[in-house]
Design a protein around this ligand. Structure first.
Ligand SMILES: C[S@@+](CC[C@H](N)C(=O)[O-])C[C@H]1O[C@@H](n2cnc3c(N)ncnc32)[C@H](O)[C@@H]1O
Length: 267
């Protein structure tokens, strides 16, 4: 099933053509989070269990470099490579993590030789691939034997509490027809997809809970999600907030998402 996250033109030319949307989305979610661990901290802890002495570490789909920065500080690898399809986001990573080498590439074709990497991370990015199994195969190819990979995604039902609000307010009546953004790679299929390429996989799941204090906060988040069809107010946080306030009195909104970590080691 197609989703906006699988629309390659949208992904390249709109969602990640600069850092603005991703940074606003991250800010809105961070400000709302009331339960759930810091993902970059968990990733480095899981990697450290299998990577006592640094080496060459790749962050696939690094975005603004949040995980890359944590790897740099917590693991101090000899070589840290941050890879993304978006040159604009890599520029942000380069400024935040000067010790990382940045590589513009499509994660379906990693520009590394077989066995070159000691460890790899791919957080919240494989749901942009219609064939995440191909990316996982590439990651496995590039790892040395016994090299660990940590892959992270979200549950299909992440933030679905919003569907009712968006439909109820009349912003988008068709929310039940809008597929999860995480359809191609999610908490339900991650284990099987990773196991196909790596053999044994250890899974960790954690529920994250978000409390959006009011419609202004919710509008800031809604302006960053491509899930709904919001017409001319799409992307306009102030207009979305106003539309929600016209619908009903302001009140907090609770949303949930399960974050799933797959830890695998190259055989
Ligand atoms: C939600 S961001 C995740 C960023 C980061 N890993 C994090 O956890 O904060 C998704 C990233 O995947 C990247 N991406 C999407 N499709 C890609 C592809 N085919 N090859 C490489 N990167 C891709 C986007 O450019 C974006 O930076």
């Amino acid at each position: 099933m197609s989703t906006p996250f699988l629309d390659q033109d949208l992904v390249r030319e709109s969602l990640y053509s600069d850092a603005t949307r991703l940074s606003r989305r991250t800010q809105a979610l961070r400000a709302a989070k009331v339960a759930g661990s810091d993902v970059a901290t968990i990733i480095t802890r899981l990697l450290k269990l299998h990577l006592p002495d640094g080496g060459t570490v790749l962050d696939v789909g690094c975005g603004r470099g949040t995980t890359t920065a944590r790897i740099a500080v917590n693991l101090r690898p000899r070589r840290l490579i941050a890879l993304d399809a978006s040159a604009a986001l890599l520029a942000v990573t380069a400024s935040r993590v000067p010790q990382a080498e940045t590589v513009v590439a499509d994660f379906h074709h990693l520009p590394f030789y077989t066995g070159q990497l000691d460890a790899a991370v791919a957080a919240f990015c494989l749901y942009h691939s219609p064939h995440p199994d191909d990316v996982i195969a590439e990651v496995a190819r590039c790892l040395r034997p016994c090299g660990p990979a940590v892959l992270v995604t979200k549950s299909l039902d992440s933030y679905t509490e919003l569907d009712e609000i968006v439909a109820g307010s009349g912003l988008d009546w068709q929310t039940s027809a809008r597929p999860s953004l995480y359809t191609s790679f999610n908490s339900d299929n991650i284990e099987e997809l990773v196991a196909q390429r790596f053999g044994a996989v250890t899974m960790h799941h954690e529920q994250h809970i978000f409390r959006f204090a009011d419609f202004e906060h919710l509008g800031a988040y809604l302006a960053t999600t491509p899930k709904y069809e919001l017409g001319e107010i799409a992307g306009d946080a102030a207009a979305i907030t106003q539309a929600l306030r016209q619908w009903r009195p302001d009140r907090p909104t609770i949303m949930r998402s399960t974050v799933s970590y797959a830890v695998a080691v190259k055989q």
